[in-house]
Design a protein around this ligand. Structure first.
Ligand code: NAG
Ligand code: NAG
Ligand code: NAG
Ligand code: NAG
Ligand code: NAG
Ligand code: NAG
Ligand code: NAG
Ligand code: NAG
Ligand code: NAG
Length: 800
């Protein structure tokens, strides 16, 4: 009772204090506010509902320039400038006649401005919560409603191109891990977002209000009406509901707000205007329900929780919790990143004697694995991870072992009781130390990595110097995927069992019904469809093979079979009988990337970027992770297959070695396909894995633009670029990437990522191989884990 009285008294006091400052809501030019401890450093709306000014940051001597609900005890913040929110004591905001609002620090340096260039007449804190700046013609030249932060208020409208960012956490107002975008095609979508590089990942909610066949019918405004009802107004006047109109809560009695919360949920809240006791905001509607954590077909990428964190599938809202062996990076951000208690190290001096594994129940990070090993025991699985300094976690189920490295993505808990997660830890450091840790910039674990990789690539560079003049002779040696062990990294061969089956020629004749159905023709022979047992397979009949005998063939085939990766076509078996050499692969149902990319319908941007990332992962595995290093030499869309979920699978890897040298399919001695081959094939420079990086770069640019590399011809038949890389560079330099993607709206709406992908493509096609990134770096750049710097001109030696 005393508490309530106290509260009422307080409220009165506040209203009174505010009233003392209150005008008619109108702010004259020249008025200013100082960030001091004074509670009434604010401009209040006529009704007193909203205030604009400095709000003290709890527990700190800092202030936030913001608009808040002034009559609510929590003083809930509804707006703040997106670029700068926290300022120190003594900062000032002023309404100027020429440039609107200017925020400056105690030294008078400008921190932010409303950038409204006009003759300002006055400012006005409206009762709707909208701060407006009015010019001499009485028109609004700036409105806080047009620059939303994480909140929409009743009467606020968001138009195409508009964006709403979540906060990072309850207490940190920096742009968070989720973003709502009103796309140009009329769709309103929510996407998870990369904090460091400001590009977005997958869409986890969409309003489905685009309309390709009738653009007039597409969404044009997202409206939060005065009764707290959120809907989309289409161009032709039709309405698409988002929330439901709730007549029980009248706007006379309730405040409303819609926020994109820091956990990614788009939520409509209500709050009683004159509570007789303390109440807080109640959600009356939110999306998406039960979706954010879900594994959706191939859509692993929801990113509801931060790196290494794990999402709970049992709750409506994403509820993340660090798994055992990890702790929160920022204790105030429970859905943010988790850091491992064990710091992995690839230093040779580091002993792994005291490394052990703890089983963590019901947790998985689908898609985070980099290596899958079949037919192993749990102990062998652990041993393999123990020996591998990149491996942080293994999943084990039914004789299959998945190795995972940091950072882990898309963690989820529940629904997979069968698979066991085993997390590496150091004995003696258990139980995991859960004391608050000093936040460190994530991720840090890669340091050891990178040095190791540099060493590997240097070794490679030296070992693989190839002279063009010698190509004919040495090419073979180059194609030979050579074996190389790095301490602690690769598992011993006994650990990797293969399930290779040896087939007789007759068996394959039968399986393919005498080579009846042709699936395709590659540089190595013809591929036929076949059925073995219940499985459909692809049987490749090699037409040119080394004649060194069966031993060599078998050894090579075994090496290929040991590569297990979801982005590589899996070899299942082989046949070598007399002259016959056949390879049996898993059947991949959706044809080649070439067919998909250059067909009649442009595939979606989302599918394209997933495919690009998949290819990068497969190549990185071939270059750096499998026991036998493999340089593919012929990366092109015809060699990428798509499975029934449109996952990319690289085919024809490891086969270069099986080719007879004197029957090499090109006359020049250059391996690869015109348009995709790296320039060092033509020069007296070393040839390394970077040849694949170059081909990948060309392929990436093709995937982005849906254009073939060699000819660039527009619809009227005019050739406007000799090769795609030139065109990409021109578009990038001229900042006209929409031309590069032919006004693909989906890609343009995702401009940050589009730019990132093009930049990565341009780095990959650098003439100088040493400037090209490794495939591992490519993945990190595509995933936004490391920053992409400005690419230089890819072809400085040529004048085209
Ligand atoms: C608010 O009051 C000031 C005088 O205090 C007056 O000049 C101004 O016109 C009023 N504005 C509005 C919008 O009523
Ligand atoms: C803000 O501080 C300056 C000097 O520090 C003072 O001149 C000015 O009157 C103050 N303004 C308000 C609104 O308190
Ligand atoms: C503001 O008004 C003055 C005259 O009153 C005029 O000369 C000036 O160009 C105006 N500035 C802008 C930005 O409209
Ligand atoms: C304040 O908001 C109301 C309701 O949207 C509007 O009618 C009025 O014009 C606004 N006042 C100003 C000065 O913008
Ligand atoms: C007022 O509007 C007219 C016509 O739109 C324009 O020419 C004039 O410059 C405006 N004046 C101010 C002060 O903005
Ligand atoms: C909010 O988070 C950002 C990004 O992690 C960080 O740079 C900033 O210091 C944090 N701000 C506060 C007030 O904690
Ligand atoms: C597109 O608009 C047409 C005509 O208004 C309508 O019949 C059709 O259902 C709409 N399609 C979608 C996907 O909304
Ligand atoms: C949209 O909401 C209105 C009331 O708010 C309701 O009458 C209408 O049936 C809803 N439409 C759909 C498609 O749910
Ligand atoms: C994702 O999963 C939800 C729930 O299972 C389902 O309704 C939706 O259609 C799925 N979306 C896609 C794109 O698969």
């Amino acid at each position: 009772m005393a508490l309530i009285l106290n509260f009422i008294l307080l409220t009165f006091l506040q209203v009174f204090l505010v009233a003392a400052q209150q005008t008619n809501g109108s702010i004259p030019v020249g008025a200013s506010l100082n960030a001091t401890d004074n509670n009434v450093a604010a401009w209040v709306s006529p009704s007193g509902d909203f205030a604009f000014g400095f709000k003290k940051v709890e527990g700190k001597d800092d202030f936030m320039l913001s608009i808040w609900f002034d009559k609510i005890r929590d003083k809930t913040i509804v707006w703040y400038p997106q670029d700068i929110h926290v300022v120190s004591r003594g900062s000032k905001v002023e309404l100027t006649g020429g440039r609107g609002l200017i925020l400056s620090d105690p030294q008078g340096r400008e921190l932010w401005s409303s950038q409204s260039i006009a003759n300002v007449s006055y400012g006005f804190m409206n009762d709707t919560g909208n701060f407006v700046i009015v010019d001499r013609n009485s028109s609004n030249i700036w409105e806080s409603f047009n620059h939303p932060a994480d909140t929409m208020l009743p009467t606020q409208v968001l138009r195409r191109g508009g964006v709403i960012n979540s906060k990072l956490s309850e207490t940190n107002f920096s742009k968070g891990r989720f973003q709502l975008q009103f796309l140009e095609d009329g769709n309103v979508v929510c996407k998870s977002r990369n904090i460091d590089f400001d590009f977005t990942y997958n869409t986890y909610f969409e309003s489905s209000t685009s309309n390709r066949s009738n653009p007039l019918n597409a969404g044009s405004q997202l409206i939060f009406d005065p009764t707290g009802y959120l809907y989309i107004l289409r161009g032709d006047g039709q309405i698409s509901n988002l929330s439901l109109r709730n007549t029980a809560l009248s706007p006379q009695d309730y405040y409303y707000k819609t926020t994109l919360d820091s956990d990614g949920m788009l939520t409509v809240y209500s709050h009683l205007k004159n509570p007789t006791e303390y109440t807080s905001w109640e959600d009356i509607w939110f999306v998406p329900k039960k979706f954010l954590c879900f594994l959706n077909g191939t859509q692993y990428d929801s990113r509801a929780c931060g790196f290494n964190n794990v999402c709970n599938l049992d709750t409506d809202r994403p509820n993340c919790e660090c798994p055992q062996g990890f702790s929160l990076l920022d204790p105030n951000d429970p859905n943010g990143d988790c850091k491992p208690d064990l710091t992995l190290s690839c230093e040779a001096s580091e002993s792994n004697e005291d490394i052990d594994f703890m089983a963590v129940a019901n947790v998985n990070w689908p898609g985070s694995d980099y290596m899958q090993i079949r037919s192993v025991s749990e102990q062998e699985c652990k041993d393999g991870c123990k020996e591998d300094c990149f491996c942080a976690v293994v999943m084990y189920n039914d004789n299959i072992c998945w190795k995972m490295r940091l950072p882990l993505f898309n963690g989820r808990r529940g629904l997979m009781q069968m698979t066991k997660a085993l997390v590496k830890y150091r004995k003696g450091e258990n139980p995991p130390n859960n004391s608050p840790n000093i936040p460190q910039k994530f991720p840090r674990e890669r340091k050891g990595h990178n040095t190791l990789i540099i060493i590997i690539s240097t070794l490679l560079g030296c070992a693989m110097v190839v002279n063009v003049t010698l190509i004919g002779v040495i090419c073979f040696a180059f194609f030979v995927s050579y074996r190389k062990k790095v301490k602690n990294h690769y598992p011993s061969s006994k650990f990797v069992n293969t399930n290779m089956t040896h087939f007789t020629y007759q068996e394959l004749v039968k399986a393919t019904e005498v080579f009846n159905e042709e699936l395709g023709r590659g540089s190595f022979g013809i591929v036929y469809k076949g059925v073995i047992g219940k499985n459909i397979v692809a049987v490749k009949k090699l037409d040119r093979v080394i004649d060194d005998g069966e031993k060599e063939f078998e050894a090579e085939v075994n090496a290929i079979a040991r590569t297990h990766h979801k982005n590589l076509v899996q070899l299942l078996g082989y046949c070598d009988e007399g002259e016959q050499r056949l390879l049996v692969y898993e059947y991949v149902s959706n044809g080649t990337l070439a067919h998909f990319l250059f067909g009649d319908d442009r595939p979606s941007w989302k599918q394209r970027i997933d495919i690009a990332l998949g290819i990068a992962k497969g190549l990185s595995y071939l270059h750096e992770e499998c026991i036998t290093q493999v340089i593919h030499c012929d990366i092109k869309p015809q060699n990428i297959l798509l499975d029934d979920h449109y996952n990319a699978k690289i085919s024809d890897f490891g086969l270069a070695k099986l080719l007879k040298i004197n029957e090499s399919h090109t006359n020049t001695g250059i391996r690869g396909t015109k348009g995709y081959v790296a320039p060092e094939w033509f020069r007296n420079t070393p040839v390394t894995v970077k040849v694949d990086v170059y081909s990948f770069g060309v392929l990436l640019l093709e995937i982005i633009s849906c254009r073939k590399t060699v000819k660039v011809i527009d619809q009227s038949g005019v050739e406007y670029g000799s090769i795609l890389t030139d065109w990409a560079w021109e578009c990038y330099q001229g900042r006209v990437l929409n031309a590069f993607v032919e006004n693909d709206l989906e890609a343009i709406d995702d401009y940050k990522k589009l730019t990132t992908y093009v930049m990565v493509g341009l780095w990959c096609v650098q003439e100088n191989p040493s400037l090209r990134p490794t495939m591992r770096q490519v993945i990190q750049m595509l995933e936004g884990v490391i920053k992409v710097s400005e690419p230089s001109c890819p072809f400085p030696f040529f004048v085209s």
